[in-house]
Design a protein around this ligand. Structure first.
Ligand SMILES: C[S@@+](CC[C@H](N)C(=O)[O-])C[C@H]1O[C@@H](n2cnc3c(N)ncnc32)[C@H](O)[C@@H]1O
Ligand code: SF4
Ligand code: SF4
Length: 395
């Protein structure tokens, strides 16, 4: 997520887009084969070429409380880290520190994905976006869209380097507001539409990003039609990222065996298994909607056929993709400066802190090589099966 520190969606211009219409029609399994061939080349060395993407967690603070969120949801871990919502969480990187970290990446062709918490729940978010773009880096981010002011929107549309802004919308107005708070659907859509109206030449792209929940069953088509009519360029759906109790226990145990520390970061993902029938319903609804709205682009992450969806929601041993190339391709900077490979709190193993060493040094240091070595030996850790890093694919 995601991204991106959260669910990190892929950039346009990737494999799927380059192949064009043929690529869009390639069946789900075809993409898996292509991606696994591409990824197998990445894993042979413990030293990786310069990362292509940096995921910067702007803050873990957030103004909303979505129940499925690993930060602020029912089992979210953020309240254990910061007890109360503080306007400026005391441990988070300052703008000056962020400048220092990213300046050496000027012109290096790196993409920066901003996540949170809510990225705009820090007053200097717009300055950070403008600064990153001024280095020649491309930038995208996911936002709940509720904190964007007219001034911020006017500045955002002037930043050339922003590729995509993902607005989280979790259903038609009544469903969205029951998850994210009354009035927030209208606020988020209005802000997205202001960007669409004020942007030049169709940039940045404005995408809706949604979590597939059972509240959406029977309403998905209506919802996607609303998103299309509102002027969004694309609609992305994420299946739930989650883990049940036994999987979280196995995940923690495996990480302890490999790294000798107790890692409880993934606890925010705790959810009871929804079951096979839930998966079947979700897959059918998404695929039928996808066909009905074409040529409007609707993507799902992961894109699942019915059988795979049944397993995804009922069998935590099932992995859509069986290996992870993320630590060879991208890196995450936590809000407090720690550098980790895994998004969304799945694994908090850190290779150091940008407050102590340059990012490019941390990227291939001993701790980074150890992580890649252990990942190669494991294939995946138990919780990895529902991590966005292996479940997001161009479609
Ligand atoms: C953690 S949020 C951070 C950005 C911002 N606060 C927002 O909500 O857009 C990033 C994305 O992850 C999604 N998300 C949160 N919890 C999720 C879960 N358990 N499974 C899948 N996606 C989830 C959110 O809906 C959002 O689109
Ligand atoms: S707005 Fe984003 S970070 Fe905040 S609770 Fe919702 S999903 Fe989590
Ligand atoms: S799949 Fe596992 S190893 Fe790969 S980024 Fe996600 S949590 Fe980390």
């Amino acid at each position: 997520m995601s991204a991106p520190e959260t669910s990190s969606p892929p950039e346009p211009g990737g494999l799927g887009n380059r192949i064009g219409v043929a690529g869009r029609l390639l069946p789900v399994t075809g993409w898996r084969v292509l991606n696994s061939v591409r990824e197998s080349r990445l894993h042979s060395s413990l030293v990786a070429p310069l990362f292509r993407e940096v995921n910067l967690e702007m803050t873990i603070v957030c103004n909303l409380r979505c129940p499925f969120c690993w930060w602020w949801g029912t089992n979210g871990v953020a309240p254990k880290i910061i007890r109360d919502k503080e306007p400026l969480w005391k441990d988070q990187l300052t703008f000056e520190e962020i400048r220092k970290v990213f300046t050496p990446l000027r012109g290096k062709g790196v993409h920066v994905y901003l996540s949170g918490g809510e990225p705009f729940d820090r007053p200097d978010a717009i300055e950070i976006v403008e600064f990153l773009a001024s280095l020649g880096l491309t930038v995208s981010f996911t936002t709940n869209g509720t904190l964007l002011t007219d001034e911020i929107i006017d500045r955002l549309v002037k930043v050339d380097g922003i590729t995509i802004i993902h607005f989280s919308l979790d259903g038609p107005e009544d469903i969205h507001d029951s998850i994210r708070g009354k009035g927030n659907f209208a606020k988020t859509v209005a802000n997205a539409q202001k960007i669409i109206a004020r942007r030049k030449n169709g940039h940045p792209k404005v995408w809706a990003q949604s979590v597939m929940t059972n509240a959406m069953f029977g309403r998905t088509l209506e919802f996607v039609r609303t998103v299309e009519a509102a002027g969004f360029d694309r609609h992305l759906f994420q299946h739930l990222w989650f883990a049940d109790r036994p999987t979280l226990d196995q995940h923690r145990k495996a990480l302890q065996e490999d790294f000798g520390v107790v890692d409880t970061a993934a606890e925010g993902h705790l959810m009871a298994l929804p079951g096979a029938a839930y998966g079947r319903r979700a897959a059918l609804e998404l695929e039928n909607t996808r066909r009905a709205v074409y040529p409007f682009q609707m993507w799902t992450a992961p894109r699942l056929g019915v059988e795979d969806a049944e397993k995804y929601y009922s069998d935590m041993k099932f992995a859509v993709v069986k290996s992870c190339g993320k630590p060879w391709a991208g890196v995450n900077i936590k809000a407090d400066g720690r550098v980790v490979f895994c998004p969304d709190q799945w694994i908090s193993y850190s290779v150091g802190n940008v407050r102590d060493a340059p990012l490019v040094e941390l990227w291939n240091n001993g701790a980074a090589k150890l992580f890649r070595e252990k990942l190669n030996a494991r294939g995946l850790w138990p919780g990895c099966v529902h991590c966005c890093a292996i479940n997001w694919r161009q479609q």
